[in-house]
Design a protein around this ligand. Structure first.
Ligand code: TEU
Ligand code: CA
Length: 577
């Protein structure tokens, strides 16, 4: 039987602080801005807030490049602001989880500055250094956002490893002193009273010794090093040590971000008996509508994430198979995290819903329903609760994300047309979810920045803020906001949503995702979602009879269902749930 932890029946809300609320009118969201909006979040009903990194950083990758783990980023405020924010959260019974980015640091972190100085510097082994081969890089691994994973440093004549940009050198976890330093950081924040961590690319921390060369596709400049640094040989040993030395001493929740982890790794990491982490973020479902790695025909320079840029239509059956595999695989053995969005992914309503004015609200509610009734801990990304959409900036200069601008540069160099490039950027750029939170339809910049007209936000607000904003959502009882509020509330009232078993129905259907949550012989919930714009009828008379005898409607995105008790409930209109 699963042990019943508080985070099993919690809902997490992710805040991207830079874009949440700007309290002092400098165009950048900040901690005081978060504090000012806590009542709003409380009203939504979420329990845990996860903040993307707020530590001191040169912001080459928006805080995922940390210079000082014990300081607040100046633009976000001060440690006093942090303490006040935490206190205000606690007063409202909101928990806080921090982003822990310890696969790499900023290249401006004092450890790295020391490490560069000489081969015998005490900090040398804090990072991965290797001599070149025949005057070239130690191997041809490609980095996540384009370019090589190795950068030459002239002072000692060696290369350092960075699985992301050259401004993000990877820490060397083989070095026990590095691990102790990480544990110190963790204890320091936990002792301050935070309630857990989201751990950035935590399954990258163990590298195969010797950095073996990866596979190189024909005509490619870079090889695939991921088999040698994703889910590496000592990963579980490190996580167990971290659990033993830090995590077990606190009543907290942990979620590991794990690109390239599949069910097998998830079982190992989240099985409570193994004492590692509470849950992980998988990327399997996020990769379903992209090409395979390195298949963007014309881009030969880009790094190991280029598959994401290749347009591929969603096949709902693949998505269903993904969820079904993970639900069946982890119920009773580990724990799922459930998410549609984060700061790295496009907006779900634009992605797998329909963001036209006719269907935006309906499809956003459908998607929320589909996710929240699954087993696991749901995550809501800021703006998802009002159905914010992707953005289409006219100029590349309007984009801020390093992955997007690098991709653009590499694709141009490879001769891809600007039109094709912008089309995929509109589809997949990380800036789609990084535009400012849309608080008001009548205030300049959507009310994101506090009143000062001539200060522009660090990234432009989506011009549809006049139609899509918090103010209007709160004034409309049929808004996505209140629908999410109800979904979150239901999870608190119905333990079957948290602990029920799972099975999929009509598995092969192209448009309908139908599943059940059940406690054998006691209670059953059927969740049915039409992912298409078409009307669809499901032929299933036994289910129909069963529902007519004992069933009742719990929640639906079409208002008339509430009054009709839906006699033809196996007929689905566009995006109906
Ligand atoms: O993301 C890890 C990761 O693999 C992402 O690069 C993701 O796959 C990509 O953005 C999709 O295009 C984490 C953080 O969430 C991300 O913001 C950071 O840039 C990255 O780590 C490096 O710290
Ligand atoms: Ca500010």
């Amino acid at each position: 039987a699963p042990n019943k932890n508080w985070w099993h029946h919690s809902v997490v809300y992710q805040i991207y602080p830079r874009s949440f609320f700007d309290s002092n009118g400098d165009g950048i969201g900040d901690l005081n801005g978060i504090t000012m909006k806590l009542d709003y979040l409380k009203k939504l009903g979420v329990d845990i807030l996860w903040l993307s990194p707020i530590y001191d950083s040169p912001n080459y990758d928006n805080g995922y490049d940390i210079r000082d783990y014990f300081q607040i980023m100046t633009e976000f405020g001060t440690m006093e602001d942090f303490d006040r924010m935490l206190e205000e959260m606690k007063r409202r019974q909101l928990k806080l989880i921090m982003d822990l980015v310890v696969n790499h640091t900023s290249d401006e972190h004092p450890w790295f500055i020391e490490s560069k100085k000489s081969k015998d510097n005490p900090y040398r082994n804090f990072y991965h250094w290797a001599p070149g081969k025949d005057g070239k890089v130690p191997n041809r691994w490609g980095a996540a956002f384009g370019g090589p994973t190795w950068t030459y440093d002239i002072i000692t004549g060696e290369y350092y490893l960075h699985t992301f940009t050259s401004k993000q050198p990877d820490l060397n976890w083989e070095n026990p002193i590095v691990r102790q330093e990480v544990y110190k950081i963790m204890r320091w924040w936990l002792d301050k009273g935070v309630d857990g961590f989201r751990m950035d690319v935590i399954n990258f921390i163990s590298k195969v010794p010797g950095y073996p060369e990866g596979h190189v596709d024909d005509g490619r400049q870079y090889s695939d090093g991921t088999p040698y640094y994703i889910n590496g040989p000592r990963l579980h040993e490190y996580l167990q040590e971290m659990y033993e030395q830090v995590l077990r001493h606190y009543n907290i929740v942990t979620v590991g971000e794990c690109p390239g982890a599949h069910l097998h790794e998830a079982e190992l990491i989240t099985n409570p008996a193994r004492k590692e982490l509470d849950m992980i973020f998988t990327f399997e479902h996020m990769n379903i509508d992209g090409g395979r790695r390195q298949t963007f025909a014309s881009v030969v320079h880009s790094g190991n994430h280029e598959g994401k840029w290749i347009p591929k239509l969603l096949d709902l059956r693949e998505l269903k198979l993904h969820f079904t595999t993970w639900q069946k695989g982890l119920i009773g053995k580990g724990w799922n995290s459930l998410y549609w969005n984060n700061h790295d992914q496009p907006r779900i309503v634009s992605r797998w819903g329909n963001d036209s004015s006719q269907y935006r609200v309906l499809s956003a509610k459908m998607l929320g329903t589909c996710l929240h009734f699954l087993s696991g801990t749901p995550y809501v990304y800021q703006g998802e609760e009002i159905g914010m959409t992707n953005v289409r900036f006219p100029l590349l200069a309007d984009y801020r994300d390093i992955e997007t601008t690098n991709f653009h540069r590499d694709a141009i160099q490879s001769g891809v047309s600007l039109e094709e490039i912008m089309a995929v950027i509109y589809r997949k750029s990380r800036d789609n979810t990084r535009t400012p939170m849309q608080w008001s339809g009548s205030l300049i910049h959507g009310g994101f920045t506090n009143g000062v007209a001539d200060v522009k936000p660090w990234i432009n607000v989506n011009s549809n803020y006049t139609d899509i904003n918090v103010e209007d959502a709160l004034n409309d009882s049929s808004s996505i906001f209140y629908y999410y509020q109800k979904l979150i509330q239901l999870r608190k009232e119905m333990s079957i949503m948290v602990y029920g078993n799972y099975d999929v129905l009509h598995e092969e259907h192209m448009h309908i995702f139908m599943y059940k949550r059940f406690n054998e012989g006691i209670q059953e919930i059927i969740v049915a979602c039409n992912f298409s714009q078409q009307s669809v009828t499901i032929d299933d008379s036994s289910l129909n009879e069963r529902f007519k005898k004992n069933g009742r409607l719990l929640i639906s995105n079409y208002d008339d269902n509430q009054v009709n008790n839906k006699s033809d409930w196996l007929h689905f209109r566009a995006y109906e749930t």
